[in-house]
Design a binder for this molecule. Sequence first.
Ligand SMILES: CC(=O)SCCNC(=O)CCNC(=O)[C@H](O)C(C)(C)COP(=O)(O)OP(=O)(O)OC[C@H]1O[C@@H](n2cnc3c(N)ncnc32)[C@H](O)[C@@H]1OP(=O)(O)O
Ligand SMILES: O=C([O-])CC(=O)C(=O)O
Length: 380
Amino acid sequence: MTSAAPQVHKGLAGVVADTTAISTVDNSTNSLLYRGYPVQELAQSCSFLEVAHLLWRGELPTAEQLRRFATTEASQREVGRTVRAIVHHTPENCHPMDVLRTAVSYLGADDPTAETGGPEVDERKALSLLAKLPTVVALDQRRRRGQEPIPPDPELGYVANFFHMTSGSVPDRETLRCFEISLILYAEHSFNASTFTARVVPSTLADLYSSVTAAIGALKGPLHGGANEAVMHMLTEIGRADHAEQWLHEALEQRRKIMGFGHRVYQHGDSRVPIMQKALEEFAAGRDASALMALHHKLETVMLREKGIHPNLDYLTGPAYHLMGFDIPTFTPLFVMSRITGWAAHIIEQASANSLIRPLSAYGGPVQRHVPLPAQRLVG
Ligand SMILES: CC(=O)SCCNC(=O)CCNC(=O)[C@H](O)C(C)(C)COP(=O)(O)OP(=O)(O)OC[C@H]1O[C@@H](n2cnc3c(N)ncnc32)[C@H](O)[C@@H]1OP(=O)(O)O
Ligand SMILES: O=C([O-])CC(=O)C(=O)O
């Protein structure tokens, strides 16, 4: 008697892999809660560091807790000589995500407590990465532009310091706020591919740096975090609003995936899009952005009409980061600067109630056969 073929859940679609108390994405209401708070409310009135504290400790900080959290972050932004050398010597034609992944891997090797576990130790490592990742991203963008590095300024807030390190100046309030909103929206999104990766690694009892290194690799691809870059490449390829309709028809005919559209969880639109749309429109209003915004709007309208598929967050952050002056290959590293918060929260949660993550597979290879003798197989 043969047993029934196991049911395969390709891409783990629809599979509930574990319980989490960190966030929930509700497709039926298009809502997203971080530790119970609607992301709309967090984006409206909180700073990114408050959200990081919320994700890691479960509660928004008091004024004193926030002061201590921000002081520790500001004091840890410097990276040592070896990390600066890693950034400097990694080939310029590699992707900045490769540089970031390598830098995090090195930071793990350089931390004598890397193998030590426990939520407090892991949160300390995560805060150190939260502080250092912007420094690495800024160093890399500047060396690719042939510019001298700018050291972090501990007197500046997290977002202002990042702009200072990349461009040498702190932009206006609208730019800072639009960027901060993007970080809050990118911070956490339940069991997405990179976060699931971040949980698989510590499920073997490996350390936080190994987990973050692997998660950076998972975020890089254009079906996930890499889409924010792909959106801007696509908009550049289309060029003008009056080209959008024909371009889209041809792309769909060639069965191309339209970057920045669709989502595994949301069928009726990404809960974060309206918030980011408003932030982008307010930010773009005072800038010379009307041609890009017209193209952006047109493509979205035609895509919805032709395919009924809504944009995701990357469709908004791509042009926002472009208008803020970041180079396109830096966009996914900006996502990493934010998602380190969600990844670390999940790493800590996974460790607190661990079970090795090891699914089954259905076998689809050849039936059992026997290795021929050398005289029979090593011929020709
Ligand atoms: C922050 C983030 O990571 S958000 C996601 C960022 N990624 C992107 O923007 C890349 C473009 N989008 C996609 O590739 C997909 O929508 C994903 C990967 C995000 C989700 O994929 P899945 O849930 O596996 O859906 P899948 O790719 O099977 O799509 C289902 C159907 O919708 C179509 N579809 C979904 N997204 C798109 C798209 N962006 N362009 C064209 N068609 C699409 C598929 O072709 C498929 O149609 P079919 O059933 O006729 O073959
Ligand atoms: O949830 C997902 O699959 C992808 C996503 O939007 C995210 O990680 O922010």
